[in-house]
Design a binder for this molecule. Structure first.
Ligand code: SAM
Length: 282
């Protein structure tokens, strides 16, 4: 019989410094019947460190769809199963979401055991006052698509948090320089919680100089935060407003059509009303 309530436990593990594991994570890993993990060698090393001996099953990006049914069947039998990814919180740019969804589909319990994630760790030391950020995880590894995605971030004026790997970091920052300008402010958080932890908030140009000055500076794992581009959202063209008014005025009285269009296009009501009247008199 399981020592823990029968459920799937989504357990966060450290992103470098093993002392960052939580007491609840250790208790859970000690007491579950089975641990499913992204890479059994990584998780075995973590368990060895904490002297935990447990049956491991691998569940990674490429077998999640098949393995989720096996894990479901264990919990249906009354067992408790933990899922851990290689580092940080599962399901954050890591496998696990398909597994969690399958539990909800079968009305089975999922319990979070929260802990470290690179995104919250980096943001906590960024000094950025704005609380409205958008997390993108990894952008595309195709050159053209990557540029398009960065351009879309520029145009959205979002505060963006991204993950990047060491072998792409220079190209990634070069692209940010071209799209946002060399003086744009960014934050890089490298090797968080590890020996060579480096956190820098500066212009793209200065950060590129820092990374290029020593080959060790581009090693390790990175979180990149891009401050908002500061550009105003794209202007709505007068013709688009006119066309929208033309369509809605066939179905709605002018006042309602103006209300709808000004809300949808985030435009001043009076301005839209004047346009509607002009259109009627044309
Ligand atoms: N699930 C993890 C989490 O909760 O943050 C993220 C896993 S994702 C596959 C790995 C990426 O997270 C790395 O390429 C890097 O961008 C970021 N990352 C993970 N550990 C990090 C660390 N110690 N320092 C900086 N970034 C890290």
């Amino acid at each position: 019989m399981s020592k823990l309530e029968s459920a799937l436990y989504i357990v966060a593990t450290p992103i470098g410094n093993l002392s960052d594991i939580t007491l609840r994570a250790l208790e859970t890993l000690k007491n579950v019947d089975i641990i499913a993990c992204e890479d059994t060698r990584n998780t075995q090393a973590l368990l060895n460190h904490f002297q935990i001996s447990k049956k491991l099953i691998s569940l990674h990006q490429h077998n999640e769809n098949q393995k989720k049914d096996l894990i479901l069947s264990f919990v249906k039998e009354g067992k408790s199963v933990a899922y851990v990814s290689d580092a940080g919180t599962p399901c954050i740019s890591d496998p696990g979401a398909l597994l969690v969804n399958s539990f909800y589909e079968k009305n089975l319990k999922v319990i979070p055991i929260p802990g470290v994630s690179a995104i919250t760790t980096a943001f906590s030391v960024s000094g950025i006052l704005d609380n409205q950020f958008k997390f993108f995880g990894f952008l595309s590894n195709q050159k053209k698509k990557l540029k398009e995605e960065l351009q879309a971030i520029f145009e959205s004026n979002n505060l963006a948090i991204l993950y990047e790997s060491p072998h792409r970091i220079i190209e990634f920052l070069e692209n940010i320089k071209v799209i946002f300008g060399s003086n744009h402010q960014i934050v890089i958080a490298r090797e968080l919680t590890k020996m060579f932890e480096t956190i820098k908030r500066d212009t793209v140009d200065n950060i590129l100089s820092y990374i290029n000055e020593n080959s060790n500076h581009k090693k390790g794992e990175f979180v990149v935060i891009i401050l908002p581009s500061g550009i105003a959202p794209k202007k709505v063209k007068e013709n688009d407003l006119k066309n929208a008014l033309l369509i809605t005025q066939d179905y709605l009285p002018t006042s309602q059509s103006v209300k709808l269009i000004s809300t949808l296009f985030k435009k001043n009501k009076k301005e839209v009303y004047n346009l509607a009247i002009k259109k009627k008199n044309d």
